[in-house]
Design a protein around this ligand. Structure first.
Ligand code: NAG
Ligand code: NAG
Ligand code: NAG
Ligand code: NAG
Length: 347
């Protein structure tokens, strides 16, 4: 991870130079907008819409410059002109940050108090081949479904040796306790997979980024046996992440323009009952004395560090549930070795 972060530095310098230039005059902001539009393949239906989007873009560009200018170390998170750069924070909120309905009664959920000795200094499940490609949820708030398929993909690879991309669409279409593209929470979706006896593959049941009709004839390719919840302590979460990828929820309000570095929770809520995004911890590490989680998101590879977020861990009591309440309610699937589906051998 260290080397990867260092490799990013030349890119950083270039983007800094670019932002500084853009501050000189309106015409250079126009140029930045044009370059960005080309990069993103973004076109607008009419000149009015383009003018409106340019205004929003300008505001965002200035905000991004202002925030980046306050950075105190090269490791600290940076904002950039990503694919959300022509959206107002309000628009972004409406399309990406619906408040999650966290179940208030968790009595039926089994809580596991993990303890580990001699934890490795860093873990990255991507390097162990247990993480599939970053996906793009599109205009559908299905992050919860991708966080669930991601966790099942991880444990399935760890237990059976097979990495299979699973169907988030099946969860969007079929889990009646979640709200499809209107959002959901991971408890229900894991429960649905357990009760259904398995979940189909992405190849069989592809993602369409909208509510669909549940295909009752879907195959049960990968099954899980149980869902457990981490007891809320960071030690227990670290221990579990050393064993498998874990689904978590955070408030992602500060992440619209995130393009990399270690996010320290700027602009997000500390409230353990307020979350707007479900995502997947796939590892942890440290660089320059800063400890972080590696988090897989479902906003495409053009967001964050190729689709990933590094978020600070091991922080002060100022964050009773970790940065953006990431420690509040982590959950993960259990898969017994004996339950490996025989259908897997045919894939
Ligand atoms: C998708 O379905 C959910 C209910 O499952 C509903 O609340 C939501 O409005 C639907 N979204 C669209 C875009 O139809
Ligand atoms: C499953 O049902 C859908 C319609 O809901 C159909 O289009 C599809 O061909 C069926 N697939 C199989 C494998 O039977
Ligand atoms: C985020 O927080 C910083 C201070 O930490 C503040 O300057 C900035 O305006 C905030 N951004 C938003 C969108 O509220
Ligand atoms: C947390 O940070 C302290 C130093 O502030 C360090 O000694 C400790 O090893 C860190 N813990 C973990 C689990 O990384």
């Amino acid at each position: 991870m260290m080397t990867k972060l260092f490799l990013l530095f030349p890119v950083l310098v270039v983007s800094f130079a670019c932002f500084v230039l853009s501050d000189f005059s309106i015409s250079s902001e126009e140029e930045v907008f044009q370059v960005w539009q080309k990069e993103q393949g973004r076109e607008y239906g009419n000149p009015e819409e383009k003018a409106k989007r340019f205004q929003i873009f300008q505001r965002n560009l200035r905000y991004i410059n202002e925030m980046n200018a306050k950075r105190k170390s090269p490791m600290q998170y940076r904002l950039g002109l990503n694919k959300f750069a022509d959206m107002t924070p309000e628009e972004f909120q409406k399309t990406h940050l619906k408040e999650l309905e966290i179940p208030s009664n968790l009595d039926h959920v089994k809580v596991q108090d993990d303890e580990c000795e001699n934890l490795p200094d860093s873990v990255d499940w991507r390097e162990k081949g247990a993480v599939t490609e970053v996906r793009d949820q599109g205009e559908c708030q299905s992050h919860w479904a991708f966080a669930v398929t991601g966790a099942i993909e991880g444990i399935n690879k760890i237990v059976t040796g097979n990495l299979v991309i699973l169907s988030a669409q099946e969860l969007v279409d079929c889990d009646p306790a979640s709200n499809g593209c209107a959002g959901g929470y991971y408890f229900n979706a894991f429960g649905w997979v357990i009760d259904n006896g398995g979940i189909d593959t992405e190849a069989n049941y592809p993602y369409i980024a909208q509510n669909g009709t549940c295909k009752k004839n879907a195959s049960k390719v990968v099954s899980i046996d149980n869902l457990l919840v981490v007891d809320g302590s960071e030690e227990a979460l670290l221990c579990r992440v050393s064993k498998q990828p874990v689904s978590v929820s955070i408030d992602a309000t500060g992440l619209q323009f995130y393009t990399g570095g270690i996010y320290g929770g700027e602009n997000c809520s500390k409230n353990s009952r307020y979350a707007t995004l479900v995502c997947l911890i796939v590892g942890y590490g440290s660089v320059g004395g800063e400890d972080y989680w590696i988090v897989k998101n479902s906003w495409g590879k053009k967001w964050g560090e190729n689709g990933y977020l590094l978020i600070k861990r091991n922080v002060s009591d100022e964050w009773p549930y970790g940065v953006c309440a990431i420690n509040a309610l982590p959950g993960y699937p259990i898969k017994e070795v004996s339950s490996s589906s025989p259908q897997l051998s045919s894939i």
